[in-house]
Design a binder for this molecule. Structure first.
Ligand code: FCB
Length: 443
């Protein structure tokens, strides 16, 4: 790789990210059912109807997986805690075994010199709460804050930072409007409510975390580089609408207490009554912003379609196994835009960036090495232009359960054989390890 640790400011953190449902194995350790366990059993929802019941069996292999992070010279580990592992019914009875697991995980990080970056909600809504409407129910804000309190009382004294939600857009829009993720709804009323309630839950959870005295609390949002497919007026409008629903809705609510007009046009009539009253709690200060970035979104107008009347367009750039264009400039632009328009000097972390490739053991993933290198250059350029970027987490440590794509798409620095569950570090793991080896002055 062209860049190394010494190209970044002192104290810049390098790490890798995972999420509970994608690696742990939801059938182990007394975890309750989540909407992903059941969504995966719906017809045609997930490739080969695969679910996370076993996943990478991280539940039983946690120590070996933490060793992989340590041996790579990582500074930090971003993981999520599963709501249904802590509270199998979403509320009420606590699963002590689940709390013990996360206790061991946090201690395991600290023993290895890894800063634990916790995410509270990375997509697995407990089924008992999904039965009550999940994200469409306004009570989700209190349910989530209560869950946050239970897990924080156990591990909050040792985690380095807490993110409330992972990727609010995916939680709400992708899952309740496009129907691609659990609960698989395609309903504008459900979507509008989820778009607001996910913010409300963020705000309510922040309030609770502050009451508990927690510092380093924030949120992880996903951004795409939205661009119009042509410079026609219609496509330009389409891009502005998509930018509003995808990139602006959540960060504007959190930093300014408002929703963009281009998105309110569609969602406004379906928002819960009195939503304006929640905006003050939603826009309370955060301590950091996590930025997840993968690709650009080329978009055109689709006059025959219902609002937002947009359609995705396939671009000409080289693509990953997901079919996502490789577009590092978009990461640089996103980071500088966040600093300029929304968060100013607030610390930011790239909490996810990575690529899927059909990796096989014994074949080098040079394409991923190049991908990481180019995105590190984009991060460096953003820092040079003033963004207060303080760390980068590669997605993901391991090949894992890639949601609706099952186990087919491989994002890992470490290959996982899903028959034997053997882990094999890829060439990119070794390349990143050399790149982030201690700075000369630090040894
Ligand atoms: C993000 C998710 C993460 C993973 C990557 C590829 O949207 O946060 O769980 O699926 O995409």
């Amino acid at each position: 790789m062209k860049l190394s640790r010494s190209d970044f400011p002192a104290g810049f953190l390098f790490g890798a990210a995972t999420a509970a449902y994608q690696i742990e194995g939801s059938s182990f350790g007394g975890a309750g059912s989540t909407h992903w366990d059941t969504f995966a059993k719906g017809p045609g929802n997930v490739v080969r109807a695969e679910d996370g019941a076993i996943a990478c069996d991280h539940y039983h292999r946690m120590d070996a997986d933490l060793d992989l992070l340590k041996d790579a010279g990582m500074d930090a580990y971003r993981f999520s805690t599963s709501w249904a592992r802590v509270l199998p019914e979403g509320r009420g009875q606590v699963n002590q075994e689940g709390l013990d697991f996360y206790d061991r995980l946090v201690d395991g990080c600290l023993d290895r010199g890894l800063k634990p970056f916790q995410t509270l909600y990375h997509w697995e809504m407990p089924s008992a709460l999904a039965d009550l409407g999940g994200w469409t129910n306004p009570d989700v804000a209190d349910w989530m804050a209560d869950y946050a309190e239970v897990i924080t009382n156990r591990i909050g004294d040792r985690v380095h930072s807490i993110a409330t939600i992972n990727e609010s857009w995916c939680v709400a829009y992708l899952s309740h409007f496009l129907g691609h993720h659990a609960p698989g709804l395609r309903d504008i009323r459900a979507a509008a409510r989820a778009m607001h309630h996910v913010n409300k839950a963020h705000g309510r959870t922040m309030t609770r975390l502050r009451d508990l005295g927690m510092k380093n609390c924030g949120i992880v949002l996903n951004f795409e580089a939205t661009e119009a497919a042509t410079d026609s007026a219609a496509d330009t409008r389409a891009a502005a609408t998509q930018d509003a629903t995808h990139n602006r809705w959540f960060i504007e609510a959190i930093t300014k207490g408002t929703y963009p007009a281009e998105a309110l046009v569609g969602f406004g009539p379906h928002l819960p009554q009195g939503w304006q009253d929640d905006m003050a709690e939603i826009s309370q200060p955060i301590d950091f912003l996590g930025v997840n970035y993968y690709t650009r979104g080329l978009v055109a107008a689709d006059p025959d379609a219902t609002w937002p009347a947009t359609k995705p367009v396939t671009g000409p750039l080289s693509k990953t196994q997901m079919g996502w264009e490789v577009y590092p400039e978009g990461l640089q632009r996103t980071l500088t835009r966040m600093a300029r328009d929304y968060v100013g000097d607030l610390p930011m972390f790239v909490t996810e960036n990575g690529m899927a490739w059909p990796d096989e053991v014994g074949t080098d993933d040079d394409v991923r090495i190049d991908f990481i290198d180019r995105h590190m250059q984009a991060m460096q350029a953003a820092i040079t232009s003033g963004a207060n970027l303080q760390g980068f987490f590669y997605w993901s440590l391991l090949d894992n359960y890639e949601w609706a794509f099952g186990y087919e798409k491989r994002f890992g620095l470490v290959h996982v054989d899903f028959d034997t569950l053997d882990r094999t570090p890829k060439a990119s793991y070794h390349a990143l390890k050399s790149a982030i080896a201690p700075r000369k002055n630090d040894v």
